[in-house]
Design a protein around this ligand. Structure first.
Ligand SMILES: C[S@@+](CC[C@H](N)C(=O)[O-])C[C@H]1O[C@@H](n2cnc3c(N)ncnc32)[C@H](O)[C@@H]1O
Length: 231
């Protein structure tokens, strides 16, 4: 299972359509999504107008895409209010700058415009090596997931109004929903209570020793249980 499978299952079975992707790159995921309301945010799209046109021929839903070639912080400061004035967000893929505070701002800003039943998916939440799990400035070579895992621990520690878990697939797919009686957690979560300062000071070895509990790491099939979807 990968992020596209998760997004498509939620769109088709839960009817979540209004879509935001932060960090789009070449549009590998974005252009495949079937929704009439799709918003792309990235300071550097790796595609031009002719690729956009080609993608609209392949998937006509791409005709109504909205593109914002800027950082997510600038998008939320300058455009989001107007973009989401008439339509609340229902589904977001947060896959932009993979650092703790950046991803946290992306989640908090997205929640401001998100429907009560909306879902946020976060990519790269479960790094497997110290090199993959650090800040961008410390990254040397090989896989880089960044420290979005800290964002997950932060949300689980500081936001009791949210349900947060990570699916153990596709580099770790974080799933964030508002806590509601209509979607109780399918399994009880193990509580985490770390301060932002403690979270900032965690090491990869700390993550490794507490991975399951801190990330609320679940087998990918948990997606179906949690949302009541058909596999
Ligand atoms: C891993 S790629 C995204 C891949 C894409 N979501 C996919 O699934 O195919 C990360 C992207 O985040 C973008 N990015 C970096 N900093 C960003 C920021 N501050 N705001 C939004 N996007 C950012 C980069 O330009 C890059 O294209």
């Amino acid at each position: 299972m990968n992020r596209l499978d998760v997004i498509q299952a939620l769109m088709t079975q839960k009817g979540l359509k209004n879509y935001l992707e932060i960090g789009v790159e070449n549009g590998h995921i974005f252009f495949r999504i079937k929704s009439r309301f799709k918003v792309a945010v990235d300071p550097k799209f790796i595609f031009d107008a002719s690729r956009r046109f080609g993608k609209a021929l392949l998937n006509p839903y791409n005709l109504t895409n909205q593109y914002f070639e800027k950082t997510s912080d600038d998008f939320f400061a300058q455009d989001a209010k107007q973009v989401f004035a008439g339509k609340k967000l229902q589904l977001a893929l947060i896959d932009g700058m993979h650092e703790y505070q950046f991803a946290l701002r992306d989640v908090e800003n997205t929640l401001r415009y998100m429907d009560d039943d909306g879902v946020i998916i976060m990519h790269d939440c479960n790094p497997q090596t110290p090199g993959a799990a650090g800040r961008f400035e410390d990254w040397e070579t090989g896989e880089w997931n960044g420290d979005v895992w800290r964002t997950i621990i932060h949300l689980r520690s500081q936001r009791p109004d949210l349900n947060v878990f990570v699916l153990d697939c596709d580099q770790g797919l974080g799933v964030v929903t508002r806590k509601k009686e209509t979607i109780p957690a399918a399994l009880p979560d193990e509580a985490v209570a770390l301060t932002p300062e403690q979270i900032q000071n965690l090491t990869y070895d700390d993550l490794k020793a507490n991975r399951h509990a801190w990330l609320n790491l679940r087998n990918e099939t948990y997606l179906y249980d949690y949302f009541g979807l058909r596999p």
